[in-house]
Design a protein around this ligand. Sequence first.
Ligand SMILES: Cc1ncc(COP(=O)(O)O)c(C=O)c1O
Length: 480
Amino acid sequence: MFPRARAFVFWLMVLALVVPSGALRAESGAGPAPLPEPPVTVPAAGMGTLHDALQLARADQADHPAAIAGFQRLAWEFGTPLYIYDRATIIGQARLVKEAFGARFPRLKLFYAAKANTSLAVMSLLRQQGLGMETISGGEIIAALRLGVPGPDILFTSSSKSPWEIELALREGVLLNLDSLDELAQVEVTAARLGTTARVSFRVNPGVDPHTIHQINTGISESKFGLHLAGGAALAAYRRALRLRHVQVVGLHCHIGSQITDPEGYVLAAGKVLEFARELKEQLGLQLAFIDLGGGIGIPYHDGETVMTPADLAAALQPIWQKGIARLGYEPTLWLEPGRFFVAPAGFLLTRVNSVKTTPVKTFINVDAGFNTLVRPAMYQAYHRVRVIGPKNRVVKADLAGNVCETGDILAADRMLPRPQPGDLAVILDAGAYGFAMASEYNSRPLPAEVLVDGDEVEVIRGRGRPDDLFRHQRIPGSW
Ligand SMILES: Cc1ncc(COP(=O)(O)O)c(C=O)c1O
């Protein structure tokens, strides 16, 4: 677009956005003021679907007319910042895991780690793929129940379960994955009070380092998670559980970390837990219904990067599994609970450029998202690809800077990007996992909207937060 036309478009956009939050039509529900005509070119029929636009951005073709038209349409209809999920990608990722493991592990049960993206529409899609739900809180259990997932298909793993969460899980027949002896005692007492039997597994800490980001490296011995295999804590927990009247021990669980890109850690952990299962059989006479090797399957976040695929992982695990079950003398069901792998590549965070500024040190592209919208870069120094939507001219080295009032709010550092104009769009890739799920209202910015794209159809799956939401539970003492 010519600079003048672009400026005109921008000011029209500004005008549209100063209309109170009802300006965002589709998710607003009741009666927003009528909007002026779209300030951007509405995509011509046959130019490509919204799904195509998303895939073009992935393929670094955000200058393609179909990509430009698709993202402009999404921004116009739903506003920014906007989380966009591609239905076909979620289903495709689920199939990859099902096929890779299904081919090698006839006794297999897959779960979705709902923490990665707890939007009901996303959870529901994965449920339709036949997955159980791995949950981490009472809220996630309730989300799964709302979708009609029966208790036995829900696994509740947390290293710190509150009494009400334990009671909820027991009332609903949810399987409790325990992390301490205190928790075991609380489960026994609560189950006795409710007149029920708790089905439990223990999360063990195998002391394995999968070499991932420190904050999500959970299987190392210094992490807060699990009962350690080393030193006998895990064995002691099983021994004690077997003596309790209201607890039935059914499984063994470990989760060594997230964004794992190499099978080595899994193979080490699998070897250790299979060996431990043999100890449980020999020393306690316990036969397990399942062994859960957790989630953690990583994805490539960089262009041109190749990482372990589910097929690579299944192939690497099969020999150690076969050897382990031969020694065990029976075959437990293999459980897996990935989160990120299913949803990360399906997610796109669309954001609008507010301003571009060159300082004596560097150029900042200031956008309307920040670490309140996507915390991974600030929290984990995580890398996300960024595409500026539009022609690839005037490439500059720049930081994509968020709108949070903190120096550390940089969504992408030192990237070679086409220098955008205020009002232009940029999209952040692989934002479907630990994106919206970790978003906050910090700096008093309402939460973004989420939409689901299916071909050329698009639906709001979570309406945009409104300024009123910021105040909904607040009281000024004495004023009411
Ligand atoms: C117990 C447990 N299972 C599964 C997952 C999912 O991990 P990912 O999203 O890396 O697959 C996590 C993530 O933290 C977890 O803590």
